[in-house]
Design a protein around this ligand. Structure first.
Ligand SMILES: [Fe+2]
Length: 228
């Protein structure tokens, strides 16, 4: 049991009515701690940055993901350009890795987990699509966007410890036809699983992660992905 479904099915109601749910203490604390420690010590992250060219492509879904290296002589300039883009268009800057610790594979790809998720979300035939671990540090952000192109159900499994609201990195959900109207704000919380209905390419669940505040040394680490 993964605690995705409550005895009275109230989660089904909540997800299906609000398109969103939060499950606390998803995994055994021992396993969650191992994952936390592993990714806090991990040092093979790739930096992802969007956009990395001028002029910026206008939310083109075919635009390739841009990986930059800090050693790139234009790195600072590219980051600044993405930062300026944030004021009027979609942009992001964060680190990620495709390396999955075996504990993640064991749970998130198991038949039992997916079965529970299908009951909890009311979706059928869910298949794990793109998934990776990401890490946001001071100065990183992920601007307003939809996830619809990636799948029907998005998830964020938080491995961040000791986070505070003033550290930034808050997860905002906004109204579909009004990106300025905030539906909810969530702080990353250790061993917490956030699941969101993102069905519909241009309609599903607009959201963003606010900038991590200057001088924050903690890392905002989460395993994220989509079920198609
Ligand atoms: Fe997203």
């Amino acid at each position: 049991m993964y605690n995705l479904i409550t005895p009275h099915n109230s989660r089904v109601t909540k997800f299906q009515h609000q398109g969103y749910d939060i499950i606390k203490n998803l995994l055994d604390p021992k396993e969650a701690n191992m994952l936390h420690q592993f990714y806090m010590d991990y040092n093979d992250w790739d930096i992802y940055l969007f956009p990395d060219e001028f002029p910026a492509p206008d939310k083109n879904p075919e635009y390739p993901l841009a990986i930059v290296k800090k050693e790139d002589k234009n790195y600072a300039e590219k980051k600044l350009y993405a930062q300026k883009t944030h004021l009027h268009n979609f942009s992001y800057h964060y680190s990620r890795t495709d390396y999955l610790h075996p504990i993640l594979v064991t749970h998130f790809q198991s038949d039992e987990f997916i079965k529970e998720l299908e009951i909890a979300t009311g979706k059928t035939d869910l298949k794990l699509g793109v998934n990776f671990v990401n890490c946001l540090e001071s100065g990183d952000w992920n601007g307003p966007h939809h996830d619809g192109i990636q799948g029907r159900v998005a998830f964020i499994y938080h491995l961040t410890k000791d986070w505070r609201p003033q550290d930034g990195g808050l997860f905002f959900r906004t109204e579909i036809n009004n990106w300025n109207n905030i539906l909810s704000v969530t702080m990353p919380t250790f061993n917490q699983y956030v699941v969101m209905d993102v069905e519909g390419y241009d309609t599903g669940a607009p959201h963003f992660v606010s900038h991590i505040a200057p001088e924050v040394t903690n890392k905002r680490i989460s395993y994220i992905g989509w079920y198609q």
